[in-house]
Design a protein around this ligand. Structure first.
Ligand code: SF4
Length: 295
């Protein structure tokens, strides 16, 4: 069979589902290529991760077109096990040298703004790091709450023993670090690609954020390596400003993410976007207050 692939979001970040589908079809002896728009394919897979990415509006030259991904709001659609647990075909994205995957799926929490509980349910074991490592020396891990899982914690021990550099790019739950100092000591032994990422989504968890930062510092992780995603909701700019300033005072890096309502496809307001520009452009953040920035 002749298989075509479309990464609807573009090629700025490796699409794991397409890499796995490619590996699976190549294993069956099929030919796999990026969809060219010119040739006819037996089957074309279109994958879209982000809701805000416009769909590919071309008429697809194929006998069958299969769409997937949370960008299409196909939350309950999963790859079959024989595809899900195959090592991805990293040759699709030759400029990326890390391995990509999930050790766990799901989350123990049910934050109202988040699609993970709806899409994935509660936390569970997913894969061993060696399933998708392919001999690579670093890994980008997209787990949503890895330290809430005993399997996730045991995989972190394995990552340490394999001497692999990692980035849990969806963030680690700082509330769990605040409840258990031994997790901070475990995380100190990890080789981080750049940052240890966490989230500070509202000021109700300020004390837990401060305790987690204190435990991580005590374990020997410098504050400049601590990166915090900050959800910025419409009407909560003052709360977000206080969170950003708290983090800055503690030596950590805040990163503002304007909230987008996925159910109603409501884009962020200009105010949310302006605030995010102030926080995320460090030269600006370090040189003026938000009041001065917005004028
Ligand atoms: S802790 Fe993170 S992944 Fe879990 S529900 Fe909340 S926002 Fe989603």
């Amino acid at each position: 069979m002749k298989i075509g692939l479309i990464d609807v979001d573009g090629h700025n970040f490796p699409n794991i589902a397409l890499m796995k589908l490619s590996a699976y079809h190549k294993g069956l002896g099929d030919t796999v290529d990026w969809y060219s728009g010119i040739e006819h394919f037996d089957c074309v897979y279109m994958s879209k991760v982000f809701a805000f990415t416009p769909d590919d509006s071309r008429v697809i030259q194929a006998d069958e077109v299969i769409k997937g991904g949370s960008g299409y709001k196909l939350f309950n659609q999963w790859l079959p096990d024989e595809v899900e647990h195959i090592c991805p075909d990293y040759s699709l994205y030759p400029t990326y040298s890390s391995a990509y995957g999930f050790l766990t799926r799901g989350c123990v929490n049910k934050c109202s703004f988040c699609i993970v509980p709806r899409k994935e349910g509660t936390i569970r074991k997913h894969a061993d790091i060696t399933e998708f490592l392919d001999g690579r020396k670093s890994a980008i891990l997209m787990d949503n709450n890895v330290i809430a899982s005993d399997w996730g914690l045991s995989q972190i021990e394995k990552i340490i023993s394999l001497k692999i550099k990692v980035d849990f790019n969806q963030g680690i739950d700082c509330r769990l670090i605040a409840r258990d100092k031994s997790i901070a000591k475990l995380l100190k032994r990890v080789s981080w690609i750049r940052y240890i990422r966490m989230a500070y989504d509202n000021s109700a968890i300020t004390e837990e954020v401060k305790t987690a930062i204190a435990y991580l510092k005590e374990a020997g992780i410098p504050a400049y390596k601590m990166f915090f995603y900050m959800l910025v909701k419409d009407g909560q700019i003052e709360d977000a400003e206080m969170r950003a300033l708290n983090l800055d005072l503690l030596g950590c890096t805040p990163f503002a993410m304007p909230y987008r309502d996925l159910d109603n496809d409501t884009p962020p307001t200009e105010e949310q976007k302006r605030f995010a520009r102030w926080v995320n452009c460090k030269a600006v953040f370090n040189s003026c207050t938000y009041g001065e920035y917005k004028g």
